[in-house]
Design a protein. Structure first.
Length: 213
């Protein structure tokens, strides 16, 4: 799930549809992209990228023309995806994070690095691009899943098994419970661009919750 630059939402139904929603969470339409989608990121105003693990591929999609403009084929199953500075950061087959350009060329390969959640290990890690661990946070986490960052670099965590949203300071030294009441198994979380509000989706994909800091 991501908040687009214009305030609209994209929610991927795991292994299924890619849905476009209004800024207040109402379904606009399903984007015409075939395949079993997994994760989505925005590259620029009109372009998104989506991973398709079964196909071992990333599809680049033009929102304006509603067409797939490029398919990047990989050598491993691809899952989590984010973008930065005309490059894509993709989680591969549970043991590698690979940074690639928009043509699919590998820029760097990191063995399970950057900022990521370890659900089974009940931890959130931050490492540099060389793979060196900067910090590891484990305090009061029961099942960290979805992550996003605010404009100050703090990490906001959907802690699924404790039914809470927790924020961790960018240095990994402090934390605070942001939300707890009324949540049930939060899985995905995203912030609206340059705003202190966002959305949470539960693990069942049945409830979309809007929150404000």
């Amino acid at each position: 799930m991501i908040c687009l630059m214009d305030g609209r939402l994209i929610i991927v139904e795991l292994g299924d549809k890619v849905n476009l929603l209004t800024p207040d969470g109402k379904l606009l339409k399903q984007l015409p992209i075939p395949g079993e989608a997994w994760s989505v990121t925005q590259i620029n105003q009109n372009t998104i990228a989506i991973t398709y693990p079964v196909e071992k591929a990333i599809k680049i999609f033009n929102m304006e023309n509603e067409t797939v403009t490029k398919v990047i084929t990989l050598d491993k199953y691809c899952y989590g995806l984010s973008s930065s500075d005309d490059s894509l950061v993709v989680g591969l087959n549970r043991d590698e994070i690979r940074i690639i350009d928009l043509e699919g060329n590998t820029l760097k390969s990191i063995q399970v690095k950057v900022i990521y959640s370890d659900y089974s290990g009940k931890a959130v890690y931050c490492v540099d691009q060389s793979g060196k661990q900067i910090w590891k946070y484990t305090q009061d986490l029961s099942g960290p899943y979805g992550l996003c960052t605010d404009t100050n670099g703090n990490i906001i965590v959907a802690d699924k098994d404790s039914h809470r949203i927790i924020v961790i300071s960018k240095d990994g030294k402090e934390s605070k419970v942001l939300l707890s009441d009324g949540l049930e198994y939060p899985r995905c979380i995203c912030l609206k661009h340059c705003e202190s509000s966002g959305f949470i989706c539960d693990v069942f994909g049945k409830n979309l919750t809007k929150f404000n800091f």
